[in-house]
Design a protein around this ligand. Structure first.
Ligand SMILES: NC(=O)c1ccc[n+]([C@@H]2O[C@H](COP(=O)([O-])OP(=O)(O)OC[C@H]3O[C@@H](n4cnc5c(N)ncnc54)[C@H](OP(=O)(O)O)[C@@H]3O)[C@@H](O)[C@H]2O)c1
Length: 343
């Protein structure tokens, strides 16, 4: 692998933190193949909100990870390190990585990969890993959700939101979503959500209390953080769980603590990217056991709004900045640019 090079979408840095550094395709060294890893020839990867932060210098990769953007990918195994069992060159796989998904090749721990179900192509598979792993991890492992419980998900039209709606419904959970437009609310309902709230025109907390007859919800999946924290504590039922996975609405706030005690609430913070290799391997196994059969049967599916050629990564990021999409934005190495409204 030494001295071999590959194309990758790279961030051309201005050196000033916060700038929207430009994206370009450049030749970079191929990733090395360490024991226990496989080298995947990437056909498609997805755009995640974290990529926009990293591009501006706000979300550096964890130590040891590639500095190339990209948290997930789908492609074909090009090579497996000696002693790796269960994978062969040519196998179609998708998975997560702490960095490097925007490269033509990525090296990944063999136990972080998932076989692509026959019904999915590379573009569809690339839209699965980061958001379905995140939804599965936070709803079912962190928050231990059970059938018959209720969930509030903000931004139901996001990548994680569309995954969470489907996984929760498949598990017999009542789902309330928020979204920023009437059209997104409607599309969340079409995807299976039980109730939708336009957070720009209505107060989500009073709507949740009205919908639940004053009871509140068991779990909130939240990436808004500070600006919603007090309202989340108010709308959680006794023994409710608030899982915070992002901080789009700020990092600091002051809250009234007594309900935390009297309702015996749990506030859980969670990040997938910086978990250890062992923790990720356990998550991948849990995903393979519980979510892969749903994907194979078509009971849940990735929701893709747009597919861009990697040569148009800049436009793909611009589309995410504008927020005018429902589900996922995908970058493809082989497809011509196309915009798919819907799935
Ligand atoms: N901790 C982790 O391991 C982890 C992993 C993956 C993702 N995340 C985080 O999870 C979030 C979702 O990821 P994604 O890639 O699916 O993001 P995304 O597609 O960029 O979606 C962000 C969503 O947030 C919604 N939103 C923004 N402000 C809101 C507000 N004030 N109230 C309610 N909703 C609001 C938007 O809704 P509208 O467009 O309808 O306005 C949009 O749907 C991001 O913050 C991401 O960083 C965390």
């Amino acid at each position: 692998m030494k001295d071999k090079r590959m194309p990758a979408v790279v961030v051309v840095e201005t050196g000033k933190r916060g700038d929207w550094n430009t994206l370009d395709i450049r030749d970079v060294p191929m990733p090395s193949l360490e024991p226990g890893e496989v080298l995947v020839r990437v056909e498609a990867c997805s755009v995640n909100r974290a990529d926009l932060l990293q591009r501006r210098g706000f979300y550096p990769p964890p130590p040891g990870a590639s500095s190339i953007l990209g948290l997930d990918f789908a492609g074909e195994i090009a090579e497996a390190a000696e002693g790796v069992a269960g994978w062969e060159p040519g196998d179609r796989v998708f998975g997560i990585t702490a960095g490097g998904g925007y490269g033509r090749y990525v090296s990944v721990a063999a136990n972080h990969l998932v076989p692509i179900p026959d019904r999915l192509d590379y573009v569809q598979a690339a839209a699965v890993a980061e958001v379905f792993f995140t939804a599965h991890l936070n709803l079912f492992i962190e928050a231990s959700m059970q059938a018959g419980e209720s969930l509030l998900v903000h931004g139901g039209g996001s990548g994680v939101g569309t995954a969470a709606i489907q996984l929760a419904k498949a598990a017999g959970i009542q789902v309330i979503v928020t979204a920023g437009t009437a059209d997104k609310v409607r599309r969340c309902l079409d995807l299976g959500a039980d109730y939708g709230i336009n957070y720009r025109t209505e107060d989500f907390a009073s709507q949740v209390m009205q919908i639940t007859g004053g009871k509140g919800v068991d779990v909130v999946l939240d990436w808004i953080g500070a600006s919603y924290l007090e309202r989340h504590i108010d709308i959680l039922k006794t023994r409710g769980r608030l899982v915070i996975i992002g901080l789009m609405g700020g990092t600091r706030t002051e809250i009234n603590l007594p309900p935390l005690l009297t309702k015996r609430l749990r506030i859980i913070g969670s990040v997938l990217r910086s978990q250890s290799g062992q923790e990720k391997a356990l998550l991948v196994q849990s995903f393979r056991d519980q979510v892969l059969p749903l994907l194979e049967a078509g009971r849940v599916h990735p929701v893709i709004d747009r597919v861009y050629s990697v040569h148009n990564a800049e436009e793909a990021h611009q589309a995410m900045r504008e927020g005018l999409y429902f589900g996922k934005i995908v970058l493809s190495w082989s497809e011509k640019e196309k915009v798919q409204q819907g799935e």
